[in-house]
Design a binder for this molecule. Structure first.
Ligand SMILES: C[S@@+](CC[C@H](N)C(=O)[O-])C[C@H]1O[C@@H](n2cnc3c(N)ncnc32)[C@H](O)[C@@H]1O
Ligand SMILES: Nc1nc2[nH]cc(C(=O)O)c2c(=O)[nH]1
Ligand code: SF4
Ligand SMILES: [Mg+2]
Length: 270
């Protein structure tokens, strides 16, 4: 279901300095909640309920969830309401995504409650924040330099309320946190999922991988590394898929499709 005016937006809601809606008590900012097939990563194809939180500490120019990052929605739901909505679906896998879901304190209560009910939980995160929570699969997508907004890659409307220029430096400063990445791979079953726009991206993937391997006390195998074509439309994926697949073969990494983009062109609630 789309989460909009039918949900109490929360009276004491406030904006954080990141322009993200702040979570409040046991309420989470939720942009949408729906059942679909997991489209990405090693669980691709598995029927799953998606909880998409709103608000992000980064601003990727290509973000396919514009209304959780560049222009976040503000409706909130109580953890109990989220659980009831999840339980109304048949799936036993839940994907908590965003925006950046680990920004919000109440996400831990949500994950605790899902764990108590026997759900398999995947958390889709940009890897800049660590939280201690029952996460079955940490799906970590560290952001490469090619994600940083520039005047040429500015998704905001001209004269709109959000200024991509303001975000370029903040995004660049925040996008890699080695301590958070090492803690995520040490504590959870994980996949490292890199968005590939062009061939040059792979150098940064191998550099960052070496740094994560240095910092983490657990092995990171090449097959824990997934390359995913950048694209929020089937047409764009057509352009980025060949180089992404070639790089996966050359370097021994995994390729992951974006099934939902090919099937539904990343329409809302898919
Ligand atoms: C919208 S993000 C939300 C979770 C978290 N903020 C993150 O970036 O990992 C969900 C996934 O979509 C990926 N993604 C976002 N926009 C994309 C695009 N245009 N092409 C390919 N992947 C994209 C992210 O890298 C991440 O793996
Ligand atoms: N079907 C589908 N699979 C997904 N896997 C990760 C997604 C995300 O936005 O985090 C996503 C999504 O938005 N839709
Ligand atoms: S980190 Fe994730 S949600 Fe945030 S802007 Fe990038 S892709 Fe979008
Ligand atoms: Mg998505």
């Amino acid at each position: 279901m789309p989460v909009s005016s039918d949900v109490d937006a929360g009276e004491s809601r406030s904006e954080s300095d990141e322009g993200s809606p702040a979570s409040d008590g046991d309420r989470l900012p939720v942009n949408e909640l729906f059942e679909s097939l997991q489209g990405e990563g090693r669980l691709a194809g598995v029927p799953s309920v998606f909880v998409r939180t709103s608000g992000c500490n980064l601003r990727c120019w290509f973000c396919d969830s514009y209304h959780t990052s560049w222009e976040p929605t503000h409706a909130t739901m109580r953890v109990e309401e989220i659980l009831a909505e999840i339980e109304s679906h048949d799936a036993d896998h839940v994907v908590v995504t965003g925006g950046e879901p680990l920004l919000h304190d109440p996400v831990v209560s949500l994950l605790d409650e899902l764990d108590a009910r026997g759900y398999h939980t995947t958390v889709e995160t940009n890897g800049t924040i660590y939280r201690d929570a029952p996460i079955d699969l940490a799906s970590v997508s560290p952001k490469l330099a090619s994600s940083t907004p520039t005047p040429e890659r500015d998704p905001t409307p001209e004269d709109g309320p959000t200024d991509a220029g303001e975000w370029a430096e903040r995004h660049e400063d925040r996008r890699i946190d080695l301590d958070a990445l090492a803690a995520l791979v040490e504590d959870y079953d994980f996949q490292l999922k890199f968005v590939v726009s062009e061939r040059d991206d792979v150098e940064e993937v191998t550099d960052l991988l070496a740094r994560i391997r240095d910092a983490a006390a657990v092995p990171v195998r090449d097959t824990d590394v997934l390359l995913m074509p950048e694209g929020a439309t089937a047409d764009r994926i057509e352009e980025t898929r060949p180089v992404t697949a070639e790089l996966a073969r050359e370097y021994g990494f995994r390729y992951t499709p974006r099934l939902h983009v090919n099937l539904w062109n990343d329409a809302p609630e898919t």
